[in-house]
Design a protein around this ligand. Structure first.
Ligand SMILES: [Cu+2]
Length: 496
């Protein structure tokens, strides 16, 4: 692949040590001391990862080549009359919708025109480890002015997304939807709305906000009006001037048009940094059909609560008229807003609170995986603990007492059933994400939905079950971008 720089020549010894002290990481057994040569970490540039990629290519022999070009660059955007310096993909907010079919050979030629190094992560896709896009874990950061070709096969249909994995870069605008179609699925809908939700800074960069949080600034004190019962306590660390739906503010909303009676599939993606959204469509009930790309037994609800990194798909039969699609910034006293229009009439007021927001929202506890989507019920052979902690005086967030890049890897081997137990010892919720796998929320009857990002409330323990079928080094982290920057991450590390 032209332009792709091999990771092994890019890593400093310090970076290698970040990946796990004393382990032979990244196939560089000779480059740093290993106490046990047979227990080396399986790096992204390893025979095991290449074998995985070759097996995937054999599994999808008819895969169609799909080529995209993605360029990240600084671009000014106009949000309700306020001009903001943003970092965008292909000058769009959100970035372009990337679309492929299961088994396609997707090649994305990525150019970095930003002033800083970056990578692109394909959120939720179980793809080969060396294409996962995590700096210093699966690849060297792509330098400013350089390029990298991402080359992977999406193995499962559904609603996914892509975003930068660079430090505090996502909140500048580097995200977009990634939709994987299923050629065998009969469309159960007539039209589709892809809905990316985000929180948006107009007067500061995420890095400046982070420095304020670190310095004990106002942003770190939620106060009584930044709490949420549904989130079990503190709703977030940052109050935003505006919340966006597909890059547009309430005063200049996105408009989805369709015909009355059509069945619309709404693909909700929370691309925010620090905000959970409670989403409802005025005048309609939502039938939730999928979360994080995987099907659930359909369940009707007035609204859903969606954490950063999560996706929910819902189908609705559209009424005749004009309807508000409202995304309440949970616990923050503001909302994102868009319009669904199937007929005549004035646009709804952008501050409207649809009656659908009265009842508690649907959460993961209300969902059951479809039979076909379930993991088989087997006893885990390994149980790993990820204790989520924090120190608000220093604004560090930790896993098992360490702030990433300091970490003790969660060691696994291939072909195991692993139970990963997230325990939240803090007073704030955390949407915990695992790369490269779609876990099952652990339940004794096996009904837990398949997800890649799950909300862990304060004081709560959430166990997830993982079949270790995708060798490599996979980060698991909080999808609050400030918590990630402050250390809430570790590595789910396959050993040979
Ligand atoms: Cu968090």
């Amino acid at each position: 692949m032209p332009g792709n720089r091999p990771l092994d020549v890019q890593l400093s010894r310090r970076q290698m040590l970040q990946l796990g002290t004393g382990m032979a990481v990244l196939g560089l057994a000779g480059a740093c001391s290993s106490p046990d040569a047979t227990e080396g970490a399986i790096g992204p540039d390893s025979p095991q990862v290449r074998a995985y990629a070759e097996a995937e290519a054999r599994r999808f022999p008819g895969g169609t080549p799909v080529a995209y070009a993605l360029t990240a660059a600084q671009t000014d955007v106009d949000i309700a009359g306020t001009r903001t310096a943003a970092w965008l993909y292909n000058t769009q907010l959100p970035g372009p919708i990337l679309r492929a079919t299961v088994g396609d050979r997707v090649q994305v030629r990525f150019r970095n025109q930003l002033p800083d190094p970056t990578t692109v992560h394909w959120h939720g896709l179980a793809i080969r480890n060396d294409m996962d896009g995590v700096p210093d874990v699966t690849q060297a950061p792509i330098p400013a002015g350089d390029e990298f070709v991402y080359d992977f096969i999406p193995p499962d249909p559904g609603t996914y997304w892509y975003h930068t994995h660079g430090d505090l870069q996502r909140g500048r605008g580097l995200y977009g939807a990634l939709i994987v179609d299923d050629p065998r699925a009969a469309a159960a809908y007539d039209t589709e709305f892809v809905v990316a939700l985000s929180d948006w800074l107009t007067d500061r960069t995420p890095t400046q906000v982070f420095d304020q949080l670190r310095g004990g600034g106002m942003a770190s004190m939620p106060g009584p009006d930044m709490t949420s019962a549904a989130l079990g306590g503190d709703a977030g660390d940052v109050r935003y001037p505006v919340y966006l739906v597909n890059g547009r503010p309430p005063a200049d909303p996105a408009v989805f048009t369709a015909r009355p009676g059509q069945r619309a599939r709404i693909r909700l993606i929370n691309a925010g940094d620090d905000t959970a959204f409670r989403v409802a469509l005025g005048g309609h009930r939502l039938t939730v059909t999928d979360t994080d790309g995987f099907p659930v037994e359909p369940v009707d609800t007035d609204s859903v609560l969606i954490g950063m990194g999560e996706r929910y798909d819902a189908v609705v039969t559209l009424q005749d008229g004009v309807f508000p699609l409202v995304a309440v910034a949970e616990g923050k006293g503001a909302q994102g807003f868009a319009v669904v229009r199937t007929g005549g009439g004035a646009a709804p007021d952008l501050a409207v609170t649809p009656g659908e927001l009265t009842a508690p929202p649907l959460t993961v506890a209300d969902l059951r995986a479809t039979d076909a989507a379930r993991l088989p019920v087997v006893d885990p052979s390994v149980t790993l603990e990820a204790s989520l902690g924090g120190d608000m005086k220093r604004y560090t967030w930790t896993v098992n007492g360490q702030a990433y890049p300091d970490h003790a890897p969660l060691a696994v081997h291939s072909d195991q059933r692993v139970r990963l137990v997230y325990t939240n010892t803090t007073t704030m919720w955390h949407p915990m994400h695992l790369h490269g796998h779609t876990f099952a929320v652990a339940r004794s009857d096996g009904s837990g939905p398949r997800k890649d990002t799950v909300i862990v409330l304060p004081g709560q323990t959430v166990a997830v079950d993982i079949d270790t079928t995708n060798p490599g080094q996979w980060i698991t982290h909080c999808h609050n971008d400030y918590h990630l920057a402050a250390g809430m991450a570790t590595i789910f590390s396959y050993l040979s």
